[in-house]
Write a protein that binds this ligand. Structure first.
Ligand code: FES
Length: 309
């Protein structure tokens, strides 16, 4: 879909909210809580962002995007170049983090992970379902949507500021120590999700859900360009410093499968025939790393890789 930036505003010093409307005025697909869209940012990098507001008949999609410190192609491009009137290519919503039906919910968000969690809180509230939201941020100034959440949730909201100090993390054991009928939905930085995962091992299977894709840039500021040789098709694809292997393969017209695009699901695994990989995924076991690579996040340490493609 072609979508136009219809509005943008600053939520915090490094989080911008973008309101997108269909460029041709066509009806938009519905937006369920937990949905995300893949956006081709002005730099050409593809990035996935959660939709902030669920709706059966949305007129706009709203995204909240944090400028990541090491960003070159994704969030920085949105912050610097997506102004009111900019046209963006946006895929239809997908959902890797669905809100189940009927049950109470314990929502846990850290930082920009609030985006899908806020959408869930809106849906739960509209349905009159019981929920509690624990929202952890560094400080009040860096807390997106604080006033909206207070108005929506009232005393169901717990805002916790840790000042960036690991010693001042929220005491999750107080709410997770005793499994309840509620289901847990968690989205945030990896340390927060690991903390919650570590404290919910005794919860019933299927009752604890994580948003696994990270809405961050997988390309870092000091990354370099390299070549990927596709052994089976005999072609060489240049991977620019600000593109992933997966994006470069797609740019070259090579069909690839992927899901999370953050190195967590295993879908994009390829055979690695030659070259030293800079492995950045969270899937491969050490013994697999000499012969496999996740092309959505991993790169070359040297000037080329040969892949079994
Ligand atoms: S697409 Fe999930 S690990 Fe690459």
């Amino acid at each position: 879909m072609k979508m136009r930036v219809a509005g943008r505003r600053s939520l915090t010093a490094d989080i911008e909210e973008f309101t997108l409307e269909p460029a041709d005025g066509a009806a938009l697909p519905s937006a369920a809580p937990g949905d995300h869209v893949t956006v081709e940012t002005p730099s050409g990098a593809m990035r996935r962002y959660s939709l902030v507001h669920p709706s059966d008949a949305p007129e706009t999609y709203v995204l909240a995007i944090k400028r990541e410190a090491a960003s070159r192609g994704g969030s920085a491009s949105m912050h610097d170049a997506a102004v009111v009137g900019t046209i963006l290519n946006v895929d239809a919503p997908e959902n890797a983090f669905p809100l189940g039906e009927g049950h109470a919910a314990l929502l846990i968000a850290g930082g920009i992970g609030i985006t899908p969690i806020y959408a869930m809180a809106q849906s739960l509230s509209a349905q009159g379902r019981a929920f509690r939201l624990i929202y952890c941020t560094r400080d009040a100034a860096g807390t997106a949507y604080a006033d909206d959440l207070r108005a929506l949730c009232g005393d169901r909201l717990t805002l916790h500021h840790d000042g960036g100090d690991p010693e001042r993390l929220f005491e999750f054991w107080d709410v997770l120590g005793e499994p309840t009928d509620a289901q847990v939905y968690c989205c945030g930085p990896t340390p927060l999700m690991e903390e919650v995962r570590g404290m919910t091992g005794h919860w019933p299977e299927g009752h604890v859900h994580f948003e696994d894709f990270k809405p961050v840039d997988v390309v870092r500021a000091d990354d370099h360009a390299f070549a990927v040789v596709l052994q089976r098709s005999g072609i060489t694809v240049e991977v620019p410093a600000d593109r992933t292997i997966l994006e470069a393969l797609r740019d070259a017209g090579h069909k690839t499968v992927s899901s999370c695009e953050s190195g967590t699901c295993g879908t994009c695994k390829c055979g690695l025939i030659e070259g030293e990989a800079d492995h950045r995924d969270m899937v491969l076991m050490d013994e697999e790393k000499a012969g496999k690579i996740m092309v959505c996040v991993s790169r070359a340490k040297g000037d080329h890789l040969v892949l079994d493609l």
